[in-house]
Design a binder for this molecule. Structure first.
Ligand code: SAM
Length: 230
């Protein structure tokens, strides 16, 4: 297993002005799929082929993976696919708010780094400010798909999404978990877990029509108590 990157490290606290869809894609008005924690990018490469009528953006905190994924993308010649380096918990918040209304249709957050220790939970990618921005950016019926092989990771994510008051599960989906990936494209981690015969916990939410409540507490976008090592 690779060493996790600590997103609270000073190395990842720089503000980043991420490019707009107009700068990223040849057809920027296509529905947008955002994959948070895209890693080496193979899931999104397959998604770009399977769903050519969408743009797909993968964001990843490990720069070498972004460079390698972008090289594959260029070799494949896909114009509906891009990968960007960023700290999703920090750098996506403003970018999501600047998106044209209705553009974002699908967000995937799959097998996030677990950060098991309680004192490390603040390093988990789904923080309140990010979820709030996703709720604001997703239009009614926009989809949030989350997967993990760790119950102790996905259960708090589910609790957070449900407490936000902005999402509901499709009536047709079984509770608590989907039996299969509704996108029919497995991620790299998903393949590994399934090959070991281990369970995968999946849940899908749709943005409902209601307004997005204000964040309970203002979330600082810069953490003054950053760690000094990655
Ligand atoms: C366990 S891997 C899963 C990768 C992929 N989604 C899959 O299912 O195969 C989690 C990925 O999220 C990335 N990641 C963790 N925190 C992040 C953050 N704050 N911003 C962007 N990417 C992050 C990690 O570097 C890693 O590549």
């Amino acid at each position: 297993m690779r060493q996790h990157v600590n997103p609270l490290s000073v190395l990842y606290q720089q503000p980043l002005a991420l490019p707009s869809p107009q700068e990223l894609f040849v057809h920027p008005s296509l529905p947008l799929h955002l994959d948070i924690g895209a890693a080496r990018g193979r899931f999104l490469l397959a998604m770009a082929e399977r769903y050519p009528d969408r743009n797909h953006l993968g964001v990843e905190i490990r720069r070498p993976l972004v460079v390698a994924a972008e090289a594959d993308r260029q070799a494949a010649g896909h114009t509906n696919l891009r990968y960007l380096f960023c700290n999703a918990s920090l750098n996506l918040v403003q970018w999501l708010q600047d998106l044209p209304p209705g553009l974002l249709q699908l967000v995937t957050l799959q097998f996030p780094d677990p950060w098991f220790k309680s004192r490390h939970h603040k390093r988990r990618v789904l923080q309140p400010a990010l979820l709030h921005s996703l709720a604001l950016a997703l239009p009614p019926q926009g989809t949030l798909l989350m997967q993990s092989d760790v119950l102790a990771v996905i259960e708090p994510m589910v609790a957070q999404v449900e407490a936000s008051g902005c999402f509901e599960r499709p009536c047709s989906d079984p509770v608590p978990w989907l039996a299969a990936n509704p996108l029919a494209v497995p991620t790299e981690r998903e393949r590994l877990v399934l090959a070991q015969g281990l369970p995968v916990y999946r849940v899908r939410y749709h943005r409902h029509h209601g307004p997005v409540p204000a964040l309970a507490e203002p979330q600082a976008t810069h953490n003054p108590c950053v760690a000094t090592r990655a």
